[in-house]
Design a protein around this ligand. Structure first.
Ligand SMILES: Nc1ncnc2c1ncn2[C@@H]1O[C@H](COP(=O)(O)OP(=O)(O)OP(=O)(O)O)[C@@H](O)[C@H]1O
Ligand SMILES: [Mg+2]
Length: 159
């Protein structure tokens, strides 16, 4: 079960808005991966999603901490950044595996760094600079991923 869709995000506000629009479609148990070069907008997009989920305080990039945790009334959110990981074996004793549960929502930047270790994604998002904005490509990699993107695929929404 696979599908793909893309959006052009003209400026940082469009990135935030897209993330906020996705937020209400997300449910516990999903894994979302975010690919793209340094500065592509992965963290910016995840910030939009977290705002849409109701996070009000500072949303830090997990660049150095590897993981930032948000406990919302509805669910636990784990935001990972694996840029600095060079071998997935170093994660074996980290306990990070236990973050991927049916009652949690996981956002993973730099999934390529740990692909041998990472559970399969439901949505695989890729950001790429195009012009002054970003091209966002979203691959729905599971039935749950298909379902949660559905509301954003309505033909009435600008693409
Ligand atoms: N649609 C857009 N158009 C233009 N600029 C954007 C857009 N979305 C985000 N940006 C800008 O791009 C930068 C993205 O930085 P961000 O930290 O999100 O990148 P990142 O992909 O997480 O990088 P890293 O791999 O270092 O974690 C920010 O300065 C943000 O304002
Ligand atoms: Mg980042």
């Amino acid at each position: 079960m696979e599908g793909a869709a893309q959006w052009y995000l003209a400026d940082p506000e469009a990135t935030t808005e897209w993330g906020m629009a996705l937020a209400p479609c997300l449910e516990a148990g999903l894994v979302l991966t975010f690919s793209g070069d340094l500065g592509a907008g992965k963290t910016a997009l995840i910030r939009g999603i977290l705002r849409g989920l109701g996070v009000t305080g500072t949303i830090r990039s997990p660049t150095y901490a590897l993981l930032e945790i948000y406990e919302l009334s509805r669910l636990y959110c784990y935001h990972f950044d694996f840029y600095r990981i060079n071998n997935p074996e170093s994660l074996e004793d980290s306990g990070f595996r236990e973050c991927f549960r049916s009652d949690s929502l996981c956002f993973v930047e730099w999934p390529e760094k740990v692909s041998a270790w990472l559970p399969p994604a439901d949505l695989a998002l890729t950001l790429e600079p195009v012009g002054t904005g970003r091209l966002l490509q979203v691959r729905q990699a599971s039935a749950q991923g298909m379902k949660c993107l559905e509301p954003l695929l309505a033909p009435s929404l600008p693409r």
